[in-house]
Design a binder for this molecule. Structure first.
Ligand code: SF4
Ligand code: SF4
Ligand code: SF4
Ligand code: FES
Length: 763
């Protein structure tokens, strides 16, 4: 939008507004209420509901304020008998075919149509004709549909198209018989549920929560999603100690994601109250024996005694302490403190997919926020697959291109779905991402790089051309394919890519919800990798204390090494392939049961808030570690308060300096960690190492031609999604049931052949 300011008069008051501002936004910002159904900020205009009517001087009839851009001297009236009469008539038409079944509608109590009728509608219904009738149905295992409640605002179809790039639902039929439907009668999409969220009525419904509760029965707690590194803000609705639903509805929460959530954030929460949660501490008194329920007192004393004995007999480094990118900053900080201050072991780490240490050690530009991505002019995506692994980032990229005319350059070994939005797709050989980074850092290496990447020199030139033409923000993103040396080089590239009018921003794409946090808390800074620790199991390493399970692919299948240990303690929600080897299992509380913080891929430190009391005898991870420390004669002094842990974090970790929980309370203004950014970095060593790595890459080999299926990562069954039957249906190919009139869960035995028993991802 232009920075030029113009004057408009609304209801007799004069305001200065930016030239080109949309009238409906200006009126609302200046606190003049304008009703609307079809207008949705940052989506293409629909202009069909005609609720947003205003009178503009010198214009012959009432105007829809969602379609009007402000011009200098415009005189606007938002309230008058004439306008109100027109709005009442529009509502009357909308209700002509709408069933008045609010008492049995899941949306009743938070329905925009219901509210608008109370605020703007007539109380009498004059249409006496028979209403259209369509039976209720399911569109997928997750999306339920009551077509007759639709007011054809088409927010759902626009969101599906513009946010998700999927175009999976569309309006079919004509005139009064138009209904929203699917292609082929069954939704084959990423099942994000965003169409449900933005639907202003009870037409599209959450099939997992249907008829379970009324909105006013739920306590709403604003918290941070516990799946990917995007850190979406959500409201968990709970009743009687049970999490009933997750929404991003902006009447409850208004974070970086607006009303966006993906399938995991929105629908995977039933793991929290699942019957398989570990109920009490468990002790295996002899190897190959059974895990026996114990009290917390017994378990903590037992663990403290055994760790003491092992460290006394074998030295401090014989104990390895392993944190997790899934748990809070507070939990990882206390584990790091336990490892370094209490035990004094060099063997500590975290089970993340890759370390971001080389990147953060060499930063020359700030991290891009999701808002920066949305308004970027050029985005370079090297590796990664945000649409499956960081879906909010995927949406921001898509909207930057579709609604902001950004130029997207995708460098990937696969034709990921975002390629459809890309101006340039550099299709490279699998595993050659480092060669692209080398070419970006040193164009004298183009001939080596092109032979390793399997592309033409002109492809690299075209990328450089797009970057050099960029005016505005240039965002570089990268996935886990880059080596440490390539990460360091990318982090240090900004000074050579910056120019007048061009800002360079960086956006790493780690996998887990607290990948950045576990890095910041120091757990990734140890001298040994988890693989090295597993190699030492049963030899130099005699005991391990692990939070969670081994998540990433590279550690899978390594659990056997755990059987060689003298003693293994695991904090977990469920029994897993890691607890199978544990001598003691301590029941940990989930994200819904604890207070704390996660740090997302923007570097935003966001609050995790307790929505329900810990289930069974679970305890917050940090509390378990602190209790164990007390038993080992070191009082960490946190006095049962996660805010005390966070205070210590802010005092000892420079990037978090000065932060306190009250400063983080407003999710609409998230606080970014202050990572050290230097004007220039000397990465000559990393560059040499990168050159050597690239030399060893093959100069031939086939490229991957297939576009990965929607959901190939999102629907993978992990420890948590394993507890949600709908995910099993999706992982089994989302079969269309015989009838769509009742929930697909009733028709398909998810426990039998469709149940995917193998836990294949880390979630
Ligand atoms: S669930 Fe998501 S992808 Fe599927 S139709 Fe709705 S908005 Fe589109
Ligand atoms: S289903 Fe909901 S969002 Fe879609 S057009 Fe109908 S009322 Fe609007
Ligand atoms: S995009 Fe990531 S943070 Fe957002 S809801 Fe999905 S998993 Fe959660
Ligand atoms: S909000 Fe303007 S026409 Fe619907």
């Amino acid at each position: 939008m232009s920075t030029e300011v113009i004057k408009v008069t609304i209801n007799g008051k004069e305001f200065e507004v930016p030239k080109g501002a949309r009238l409906i936004d200006v009126c609302r910002e200046k606190a003049f209420d304008i009703p609307s159904f079809c207008y949705y900020s940052d989506l293409a205009l629909q202009a069909s509901c005609r609720m947003c009517l205003v009178r503009i001087e010198k214009m012959p009839k009432l105007q829809t304020s969602c379609t009007i851009t402000c011009t200098d001297g415009m005189i606007v009236t938002t309230q008058s008998d004439e306008i109100e009469k027109a709005q009442r008539s529009m509502l009357e038409f909308l209700l002509a075919n709408h069933p008045l079944d609010c008492p049995v509608c899941d949306r009743g109590g938070e329905c925009e149509l219901q509210e608008m009728t109370f605020d703007w509608g007539g109380l009498e219904e004059r249409f006496t004709e028979k209403k259209n009738y369509y039976p209720e149905r399911y569109l997928s295992p997750i999306v339920a549909n009551d077509p007759q409640r639709c007011i054809l605002c088409k927010r759902c179809t626009r969101v599906c198209d513009e946010w998700m790039g999927e175009d999976a639902i569309e309006a079919g039929g004509r005139g009064a018989n138009t209904v929203i439907g699917t292609y082929g009668g069954w939704l084959d999409c990423s099942q994000c549920g965003n169409c449900i969220e933005v639907c202003p009525t009870g037409t599209l419904l959450d099939g997992t929560y249907r008829h379970q509760a009324r909105p006013w029965e739920l306590a709403q707690t604003i918290t941070t999603c516990s799946f990917c590194s995007d850190g979406c803000q959500m409201s968990l609705g709970s009743r009687g100690g049970e999490v009933m639903r997750a929404v991003a509805r902006d009447r409850y929460v208004n974070g970086i994601n607006g009303e966006f959530l993906c399938i995991k954030g929105r629908f995977a929460h039933p793991f929290v109250n699942h019957e398989d949660r570990i109920r009490t501490p468990l002790i295996r008194y002899k190897k190959d024996g059974k895990l026996i329920p114990a009290t917390w007192d017994e378990a903590i004393k037992h663990v403290a005694r055994r760790l003491d004995e092992i460290v006394d007999a074998n030295g401090r480094n014989s104990l390895a302490v392993i944190g997790s990118p899934r748990i809070t900053n507070e939990a990882n900080y206390v584990l790091h403190k336990f490892a370094t201050e209490l035990v004094g072991t060099e063997n500590y780490g975290a089970t993340d997919a890759f370390s971001l240490r080389p990147f953060f050690d060499n930063l020359t530009a700030p991290l891009a926020t999701h808002r920066d991505i949305r308004y970027a002019k050029t985005i370079l995506l090297i590796g990664g697959e945000p649409e499956e692994l960081q879906p909010l980032t995927g949406r921001q990229i898509r909207q930057a291109v579709r609604n902001g005319a950004a130029k997207l350059i995708v460098v990937n070994s696969r034709k990921i779905r975002l390629v459809e939005q890309a101006l340039q797709f550099v299709h490279i050989r699998p595993g050659s991402e480092d060669a692209f980074v080398l070419a970006l850092a040193d164009n004298g290496t183009d001939s080596t790089a092109t032979s390793k990447l399997g592309v033409e020199g002109a492809d690299l030139e075209a990328v450089r051309q797009t970057i050099s033409e960029t005016q505005g923000d240039f965002v570089i993103m990268f996935g886990g394919e880059l080596s440490g040396a390539a990460q360091a080089v990318i982090a240090a590239l900004a000074p050579s890519l910056r120019a007048d009018g061009r800002r360079v921003l960086l956006h790493p794409l780690p996998i887990y919800n607290n990948s950045l946090g576990v890095h910041d808390m120091g757990l990734m800074n140890g001298p040994h990798s988890i693989e090295q620790m597993l190699d030492g199991a049963g030899e130099s390493i005699r005991a391990m204390y692990i939070a969670g399970r081994f998540l990433p692919q590279h550690l899978r299948g390594r659990e056997d090494a755990l059987s060689k240990l003298d003693f293994l303690v695991v904090q977990e929600l469920f029994e897993t392939d890691t607890t199978a080897f544990a001598d003691v299992v301590l029941p940990a509380a989930s994200f819904a049961e604890v207070d704390g913080t996660f740090t997302n891929n923007d570097g935003f430190v966001q609050r995790v808030r307790q929505s329900i009391p810990p289930v069974h005898q679970a305890k917050a991870d940090w509390m378990i570690t602190a209790q164990l420390a007390t038993e080992l004669q070191m009082d960490f002094g946190f006095e049962m308060s996660s805010s005390a842990v966070f205070r210590e974090i802010s005092e000892s970790i420079p990037a978090y300096s000065g932060m306190r929980y009250p400063l983080l309370k407003d999710e609409t203004n998230p606080v970014q960690a202050r990572y050290a950014v230097a004007e220039k970095r000397d990465v000559s060593e990393a560059l040499n190492s990168l050159r050597q790595t690239v030399e060893t890459l093959p100069s031939e080999g086939d490229k991957l031609a297939v576009t990965p299926d929607v959901g190939h990562e999102l629907f993978k069954i992990g420890t948590l999604t394993d507890k949600v039957p709908q995910f099993h249906l999706l992982a089994a190919g989302n079969p269309r049931p015989e009838t769509v009139r009742v929930s697909p869960l009733y028709q398909i035995t998810v426990d039998a052949e469709l149940r995917n028993g193998v836990v294949v991802s880390g979630d």
